[in-house]
Design a protein around this ligand. Structure first.
Ligand SMILES: Cc1ncc(COP(=O)(O)O)c(C=O)c1O
Ligand SMILES: Nc1c(O)cccc1C(=O)C[C@H](N)C(=O)O
Length: 419
């Protein structure tokens, strides 16, 4: 691969998604942390402004007369999210937070099992582990005895063969991330789903690091459930409403966290004492939809939908391939790539490993490069395709090379302060 700056410029000039950058307020010179918090777009801001105006002008009538009506905002966003995850419209809803969605979906499937066994991996994001273990504890089970934890061979990735080997007919639920938050490994969802189902287990995925950057096909794979957040590649803002998917075969089940917002919509306002849950993924909503945390997603989905998830994935792979080549070609031996090199096994970010990654992350901020550090030794770089140029990637690596060569990171202490 040609890793010169001129080549990067040529690729930017030929990039069909280049103009999308103009729709974003990118807060730093080089904002490569969009896998943690995506930036504001004019579209998201306009959608948020609209609900503020509706609140001012309509008051309570916004529930019925808003555009779209607030009452069905979660379902409305669900129907817009469904194509991104390859689901039917009634299988997706925007609701709650990712953590709450893990609780309610896993809880729903665990209800009624008298000796549950949940398969997880040792590299998953902490909140997922906390929620799985809490759901088991809440039912009186010792999580250590009721989980199978697939270990990593290299501390970075999970081998699908190890998932298969750990699957016995005793496993009830498999719950794994689609893309690992640290290394960026993209799991083979089909392989895991087929293996789980072959053993009679349900399978669910946390799509936090793939939704909006990797296309999914949840319904046709037969995945049982999935959760995700919308503040990363979907750019809907801090604490924005999360999403969930439940395969239609489970829509008869009673949600573990019942609430009136998951009630059958047509009779919700009859205020009955008896709970009749909706017959859609909407049943897994709990309380009133947080309209201000939901509206930005309506706008930011316009951007993603206009660009198209396949084009987004294509550019993302090109950007991360380019990034990996630059690390190989331009950085010293202290640096290494901690993400899979096969683009089919990689999500939208790259883990660059270095023994001084913590201080390097701080020194990079001094130069306008905002990525993040993940212990023990990872500088995470996310060239999010809607607003990152190839030349930005080139510049980020040049800054990284300079920070390492000049040892500029030594100005920072390990506790994050500048010395
Ligand atoms: C894989 C994964 N799951 C869940 C979360 C967060 O969940 P919540 O939005 O509930 O804080 C994150 C990031 O914060 C994540 O990376
Ligand atoms: N959700 C976050 C938050 O509320 C504050 C700071 C960071 C986050 C993140 O999203 C972290 C992210 N999931 C990660 O992959 O590390």
């Amino acid at each position: 691969m040609d890793t010169t700056r001129d080549a990067a410029r040529e690729r930017d000039a030929a990039d069909p998604l280049a103009a999308y950058r103009e729709r974003f307020s990118v807060p730093d010179d080089y904002y490569v942390d969009g896998n943690s918090l995506g930036p504001l777009s004019t579209d998201a801001e306009a959608a948020l402004d609209r609900v503020v105006e509706e609140w001012r002008d309509l008051g309570i009538r916004g529930w019925t007369d808003g555009d779209p009506p607030w009452f069905r905002y979660g379902e409305y966003l669900g129907s817009r999210l469904a194509p991104l995850v390859g689901a039917r419209e009634h299988e997706v809803v925007a609701a709650n937070s990712t953590t709450v969605n893990i609780h309610t979906l896993l809880g729903t499937l665990l209800n009624g099992l008298d000796d549950p066994l949940v398969l997880v991996d040792e590299l998953n994001f902490p909140t997922d582990t906390y929620a799985v273990r809490a759901q088991l504890r809440n039912r009186g089970f010792d999580p250590d005895d009721h989980t199978v934890v697939v270990e990593s061979r290299d501390g970075r990735t999970i081998d699908a063969a190890d998932v298969e080997a750990a699957l016995t007919d005793d496993v009830d639920v498999v719950f794994l991330p689609s893309v690992l938050y640290r290394s960026g490994q993209l799991l083979d969802l089909k392989r895991v789903t087929d293996a789980a189902h072959a053993h009679g287990a349900y399978v669910g995925f946390d799509l936090a690091h793939s939704v909006g950057v990797v296309p999914h096909d949840l319904h046709s794979l037969g995945v049982d459930f999935a959760v995700w957040c919308s503040y990363k590649y979907l750019n809907a803002g801090p604490g924005s409403i999360a999403g969930l998917y439940v395969h239609e075969r489970h829509h008869e089940r009673t949600p573990a966290l019942a609430g009136w917002w998951g009630h059958e919509k047509d009779t919700q306002f009859e205020m009955r004492d008896t709970y009749t849950h909706a017959n859609t993924a909407g049943a897994w909503q709990t309380g009133t939809v947080p309209v201000f945390a939901a509206a930005p997603l309506d706008g930011s989905l316009d951007v993603v939908t206009d660009a198209g998830i396949d084009a987004i994935r294509e550019k993302s792979v090109a950007l991360t391939d380019y990034l990996v080549s630059l690390v190989d070609d331009r950085l010293g031996d202290d640096f290494s790539v901690g993400s899979p090199r096969d683009p089919n096994r990689r999500g939208g970010h790259v883990a660059i490993e270095h023994p001084e990654a913590a201080r390097i992350t701080e020194a990079m901020k001094d130069r306008g490069v905002v990525g993040d550090f993940r212990p023990p030794n990872v500088f995470r770089v996310c060239p999010s395709p809607l607003y990152t140029r190839f030349e930005d990637v080139y510049d980020v690596i040049e800054e990284l090379r300079d920070v390492a060569e000049t040892e500029a990171y030594r100005e920072h202490s390990l506790d994050g302060s500048v010395t």
